[in-house]
Design a protein around this ligand. Structure first.
Ligand code: FAD
Ligand code: NAP
Length: 337
């Protein structure tokens, strides 16, 4: 295992930010990870990287950056209805989804085409088109950074919430996820209620609904709506959709009848952050080489040579403006480093 010095991370983050890691190593096994953790100099910062599709680099990274490339997919057990599958954290998420679909195993089809690696999926309980990882999640294994010990987390220990988990809260920065075990269904109950899925299935001429058809519909919608990081640097939704009290949503609706919101947990409403940003006039705004995407107001973009701090400053301006106009504080979904 090689440790590289002053290694450029430009091709390891989907924003395409040109920052470097003081030291950089790729691990492909738990043993390699434990070895690295043992030899690191005391107190040296450890940064864990997957596909780099949910980070914004605002500086060169001090300490050791570890790219998790532990691969391998294993069937642990099965019953009449389910299969338990364990995936290495370094597997590409969408390839894992395709693996399940090829075997007619349901549960992750709505999460097709989300960039990144399997190991990062529990970090923010990835979600799209009405499904979240927690619905198929069984358990994960993680290496504790301080002790090097392998620990198992079950679903309740992960404390999953809306785009969150314990790994973004109390256990932030303390573990390297090395594998994720998911419970896939042999007898699918497909969820096509969300957004444009049914419309797309109709346009595709699908008569017999299948896992593969739902996945393809999601892939078609995503490809037509979302900016491809290979073409224009971005990390998907920059902010989370804010969840506010129903009473606040009701009074906002009086002022802004077009406000886009959905019921959340009891007494709360989820407001579409993209709508707020669009209404405030930020959609399509470009300053030099960075700005807000012209079709997706929730996505901040790097048109070429923007720095991470320019994009962070833009996000702060948007936050302040939305707070002033709507009284709602947007929280970043992207991890700012
Ligand atoms: P990285 O960006 O590398 O890391 C993200 C965070 O997780 C960092 O804090 C990192 O330290 C930590 N981390 C990564 N791997 C590990 C590990 N093995 N152990 C411990 N910590 C780790 N997200 C959604 O939820 N739904 C979507 O629909 C969605 N669509 C997107 C569309 C686009 C075009 C883009 C660019 C992003 C989108 N995202 C979406 C965000 C992103 O793809 C996901 O959050 C994804 O899970 C990030 O994976 P990654 O491997 O790239 O993580
Ligand atoms: P969209 O369908 O235009 O909808 C806009 C927002 O409204 C979404 O953020 C979504 O919240 C919410 N919404 C729409 N229909 C809903 C319903 N029936 N019930 C509850 N909430 C609903 O969104 P989009 O931007 O094209 O994205 C489509 C899906 O992909 C969304 O689930 C989105 O989260 C996901 N996505 C995520 C990222 C990311 O980086 N996190 C990037 C691209 C797309 P939710 O976000 O809570 O679903």
């Amino acid at each position: 295992m090689e440790i590289l010095k002053n290694y450029s991370l430009k091709s390891h983050n989907t924003f395409g930010i040109d920052a470097s890691a003081e030291a950089f190593a790729i691990i492909s096994s738990i043993d390699e990870l434990q070895e690295l953790l043992e030899i690191r100099t005391a107190k040296k910062q450890i940064n864990i990287l997957g596909g780099g599709s949910n980070i914004l680099l605002t500086q060169d990274l001090p300490g050791l950056t570890i790219l998790n490339s532990i691969t391998g997919i294993e069937h642990l057990s099965q019953s009449e209805d389910h299969v338990l599958i364990k995936s290495g954290a370094g597997e590409v998420w969408h390839e894992f989804v395709m693996y399940c679909i090829a075997r007619d195993l349901a549960g992750v089809e709505n999460l097709s085409l989300i960039p990144g690696r399997v190991g990062a999926a529990p970090m923010q309980n990835i979600g799209a088109y009405g499904i979240e990882l927690k619905e198929v999640f069984h358990s994960l294994e993680a290496v504790e950074i301080n002790s090097g010990e392998v620990v198992t987390f079950d679903k309740s220990a992960c404390d999953f919430g809306y785009r969150s988990s314990t790994f973004k809260k109390e256990n932030k920065g303390q573990y390297v996820i090395v594998s994720v075990t998911m419970k896939l269904s042999k007898k699918p109950s497909l969820n096509t209620s969300y957004g444009a899925i049914n419309q797309e299935l109709e346009a595709m001429g699908v008569d017999n609904l299948s896992i593969a058809a739902v996945s393809q519909a999601v892939i078609n919608i995503r490809s037509s709506k979302l900016p491809d990081p290979a073409v224009i640097g971005n990390a998907g939704s920059f902010f989370k959709n804010p969840v506010i009290e129903t009473s606040q949503a009701d009074s906002l609706k009086k002022q802004f009848p077009e406000l886009v919101s959905y019921p959340a947990e009891a007494g709360m409403m989820k407001v579409a952050a993209g709508w707020l940003i669009d209404q405030a006039g930020w959609k399509g705004k470009r300053i030099g080489d960075y700005g807000v995407h012209d079709k997706q107001a929730l996505v901040l973009v790097n048109h070429g040579s923007a720095s991470g701090s320019q994009i962070r400053d833009l996000s702060a301006q948007i936050q302040a403006d939305i707070e002033k106009k709507f009284g709602i504080r947007l929280e970043p979904e992207v991890n700012i480093w």
